[in-house]
Design a protein around this ligand. Structure first.
Ligand code: CU
Length: 162
């Protein structure tokens, strides 16, 4: 019984963690170009909520990606890196970053984060929903009343028969 519970918890945790790590189509992938000393692309423009994925493998040199303002940091320089950073709302602005071992030779980049547009669609949906709700409850309460009336009428008939 406890084993089953543990398994359930572990499965749930795994499902949750794999979901949060899952890459999205809107991710911008930054890798290292053939010179081994440049990010590719090095100038990125995204919108708040989007992620940048610093990703390279089998490099001759070890690289990392560290924001000058401390917003993100892929960790120690490595030949194989897969580091994804989500630029949450509030991160709008220009973030320069470097590969620490190669910053002096120009291995630098810029992420420009644009503020997410105000979503008016969501507000409209909410308004429609709040208008719909009383209508739906009116219809359902009418139906309930109708059924109740039929039931009472039948019951009354039966009483009279006896
Ligand atoms: Cu580097």
């Amino acid at each position: 019984m406890q084993k089953a519970l543990m398994l359930l918890i572990v499965t749930a945790l795994f499902a949750f963690s794999s979901q949060t790590v899952a890459a999205e189509d809107s991710d911008v992938i930054v890798t290292v170009d053939s010179t081994s000393l440049r990010f590719s692309p090095s100038e990125i423009t995204i919108t708040e909520g989007q992620a940048v994925r610093f990703m390279w493998a089998g490099q001759a040199l070890a690289h990392n990606a560290v924001a000058d303002d401390g917003l993100f940091d892929s960790g120690e320089p490595e030949r194989d890196v897969d580091y994804r950073f989500v630029f949450e709302p509030g991160t709008a602005g220009t973030h320069t970053f470097v590969c620490e071992p190669h910053a002096s030779v120009g291995m630098v980049g810029t992420v420009t984060v644009e503020a997410a547009p105000v979503e008016e669609v969501e507000e409209e949906t909410e308004e429609v929903a709040s208008e719909d709700t009383p209508a739906v409850s009116l219809v359902s309460s009418l139906l309930v009343t109708a059924f109740a009336a039929v039931f009472v009428a039948r019951y009354a008939d039966d009483e009279q028969m006896e």
